[in-house]
Each structure stands twice: as structure tokens, then as C-alpha cells.
Design a protein around this ligand. Structure first.
Ligand SMILES: [Zn+2]
Length: 96
């Protein structure tokens, strides 16, 4: 018996799909030389779906500007995570 049985429609079905998780191919958003985001859809062994996002952003050359950029970036990420967390809540009235 294998835990890899029952792949989802979007599963990449390769070496990344293991340890009880199903993982999609990478979806890349690229702004050459400036920023890059890689999104992977993941279904855990518990059956819950997740979006896994890796983000790479070019920072300003000076330290002060780079730190200002980081502060803004963290605020944006925090907002995105909060919004996504709210959307992922179970529907009101359902037993959790
Ligand atoms: Zn799979």
C-alpha cells in the first residue's frame, strides 16, 4: 500500500510529491531583475490544501532604502497573509 495513491488533478506527480503531501508544478511570476514569486499548491497528509509562496525581491543599493523597502514588504505580506487566513476560515455555523 502506498501513500502516493490518489493524486489530485493538479499534482505534479514527481519526487516533490511525497511524505504524504501532493504538490503542484511551480507557477512562476517573474519581473526580470526585480522580483520573482513561485507558487505551489500543496495538499497535506491531513487533506488540507495550502498555497506555498516563495518571494524574491531586489533590494535598493543603499541600506536605508533597503530597510525601508523591507518594512513595506513585510506590511504587504502581513496584509496578504491576514486576508488569506480570513478567507480560509470554516464557514460560519459549521462545526469545526
Ligand atoms: Zn501527488
Amino acid at each position: 500500500m502506498t501513500r502516493r495513491a490518489g493524486h489530485t488533478d493538479w499534482c505534479g506527480r514527481d519526487h516533490r510529491c511525497n511524505l504524504g503531501e501532493h504538490r503542484s508544478d511551480e507557477l512562476v511570476v517573474d519581473l526580470p531583475g526585480r522580483a520573482r514569486a513561485v507558487l505551489v499548491r500543496v495538499r497535506t497528509a491531513a487533506g488540507r490544501d495550502h498555497a506555498e509562496i516563495r518571494l524574491r525581491v531586489a533590494l535598493a543599493p543603499t541600506e536605508v532604502a533597503a530597510r525601508r523597502q523591507l518594512v513595506g514588504l513585510l506590511a504587504d505580506v502581513r496584509q496578504a497573509v491576514t486576508r488569506a487566513g480570513i478567507a480560509a476560515r470554516p464557514a460560519a455555523g459549521r462545526a469545526g
